[in-house]
Design a protein around this ligand. Structure first.
Ligand SMILES: [Zn+2]
Length: 493
């Protein structure tokens, strides 16, 4: 049988006889009784009939577009019934480490839409740059979006990396994504990864210590001071503006990699721990994160957190946890209570890692529901983060994304038993040719399923870009800092 070049592959495709001519009439029927994002596409000789909910109709057109890339105007007659396996199929864009302008973000959205990806998780705020205009606190971008030349290893960054999105830009991007059925989920990091925020407003950090926008990667101890009353008010004012800009259910509030060194030395944080009768600084983080989560809940929003936020007191089940590494017992316990989880394992879905580590086959073979969650329906979907320490431009962004992101899209949409590497490569090839005509070039084909020899070379190149003397010294310093954290709090990593 002929392989239809569709990615992700539909739930059910039945070939009927004949061909639809170029002038076959397209008729559409929006039917809200259809399951969310599902559609029915029937191609007959004289008519192309589409029925589905609003998103489903959009996806039917994507399917038609992909079929036309393979067949031109004369399509074989067929009938497709299609619906995604998971509700959340996401990509995470890191605008903090390297800033790509609005035009680039729009092109990334085009690529997401082509693979029926429905969530763009937008990492706008981190140690290395605050990239969204907040009217209440103009210094966040005046100071927080400007940094010196970075030291992310051997990447050719010869100049400072500056830039941010105005609220007008954000509105345009959100509207563009909405037309393509993509919800944008902004992320504000709490309580760690705040160097850029504290560079602008040191008064919400512990002991008003001066902080600079960071120029290297890794983990820092610049946390919002959880002991000060002003901190919560500061965060909620930012959230209020984000809620206006991003009119969707979910907001990501971070919660990962918060080194507590400054909290341990801060009179305000220590006072708060005593006042609340908390066990330690992990519990203080939990208290702060839950306070922010409740604030969002009151506004009708669901908070997403990285799995690190499961440490300390129990996280409410109405949060969503993005699972990336470690904390298996805590994740299992959260799922048992009915909590929902986004699968973003570093071991397949972190697209900043080289093809030598995760190639297409690894991604396609990845079991989205790990054994420790077997028997639960906790997993609501899958997401690929692409951290951008070593992504300086859009070409590199696409190199890291494509075709691994399309492979993830297949994991999120298509049933596990229907996924197959050879079939995927065949189906993806004509789509890749089309993307190249649009100037969107992913990794060369020999990287898609990488040979051991090329993998060795790829890994070497990757290591070379990381382990420069300057960067290595910084990583060693951070590792020593985190070893102390592990000793105190007994984390598993
Ligand atoms: Zn403090």
């Amino acid at each position: 049988m002929q392989n239809f070049h569709l990615v992700p592959y539909p739930e059910q495709l039945v070939v009927t006889s004949g061909y639809a001519t170029a002038d076959a009439k397209i008729s559409e029927k929006e039917n809200s009784a259809f399951k969310k994002e599902s559609y029915h596409l029937k191609i007959t000789e004289n008519e192309i009939f589409i029925e589905g909910d609003k998103a489903g109709i959009f996806y039917a057109h994507i399917t038609l577009k992909q079929l036309r890339l393979q067949f031109g105007d004369t399509l074989p007659c067929m009938e497709i019934q299609d619906a995604p396996r998971f509700a959340h199929r996401g990509f995470m864009l890191d605008s903090s480490r390297h800033f790509l302008p609005k035009e680039d973000v729009l092109r990334i959205i085009d690529v997401l839409a082509l693979f029926k990806i429905n969530r763009l998780h937008w990492h706008l705020i981190d140690d290395q740059g605050f990239r969204v205009e907040i009217s209440a606190f103009p210094k966040l971008t005046e100071i927080g979006s400007v940094r010196g030349r970075s030291h992310f290893g051997l990447v050719d960054e010869y100049k400072n990396n500056c830039g941010y999105f105005t609220q007008t830009d954000i509105k345009e991007i959100v509207a563009y994504a909405k037309e393509r059925m993509i919800e944008i989920i902004p992320e504000i990091e709490i309580p760690g990864h705040e160097s850029a925020m504290l560079a602008a407003y040191p008064e919400i950090g512990c002991q008003n210590a001066p902080v600079e926008v960071v120029t290297t990667g890794g983990i820092f101890d610049n946390l919002i001071c959880a002991g000060k009353e002003e901190s919560f008010a500061f965060v909620t004012k930012i959230l209020d503006e984000l809620i206006e800009l991003f009119p969707y259910e979910m907001i990501h509030i971070g919660g990962d990699e918060a080194c507590k060194r400054k909290w341990r030395a801060c009179p305000d944080c220590q006072k708060k721990i005593k006042e609340l009768g908390l066990k330690d600084e992990n519990a203080l983080q939990q208290w702060f994160v839950i306070k922010v989560q409740r604030y969002l809940k009151e506004k009708g929003k669901t908070a997403i957190v990285w799995n690190d936020s499961l440490r300390g007191d129990k996280l409410p089940e109405d949060c969503v946890v993005q699972m990336w590494m470690g904390d298996k017992d805590l994740i299992a316990e959260f799922a048992e209570r009915g909590g929902k989880i986004i699968q973003s394992s570093t071991e397949s879905f972190y697209l900043d890692y080289p093809y030598a580590m995760w190639d297409v086959q690894k991604i396609l073979n990845f079991k989205l529901c790990p054994d420790f969650l077997a028997g639960t329906d906790a997993i609501i979907g899958v997401e690929c983060p692409l951290w951008s320490e070593r992504v300086l431009d859009l070409d590199r962004e696409f190199y890291q994304m494509i075709p691994r992101l399309p492979a993830m899209a297949e994991c999120g949409w298509t049933a596990e038993h229907a996924r197959n590497n050879d079939s995927f490569i065949d189906r993806y090839t004509s789509i890749d040719a089309y993307l190249q005509t649009q100037g969107i070039c992913g990794a060369p084909k020999e990287y898609w399923n990488i040979s051991p020899k090329l993998a060795e070379q790829d890994m070497d190149n990757y290591n070379k870009t990381i382990y420069t003397p300057e960067y290595s010294a910084e990583m060693e310093r951070q590792e020593a800092m985190m070893a102390i954290e592990r000793e105190i709090y007994g984390d598993e990593r």
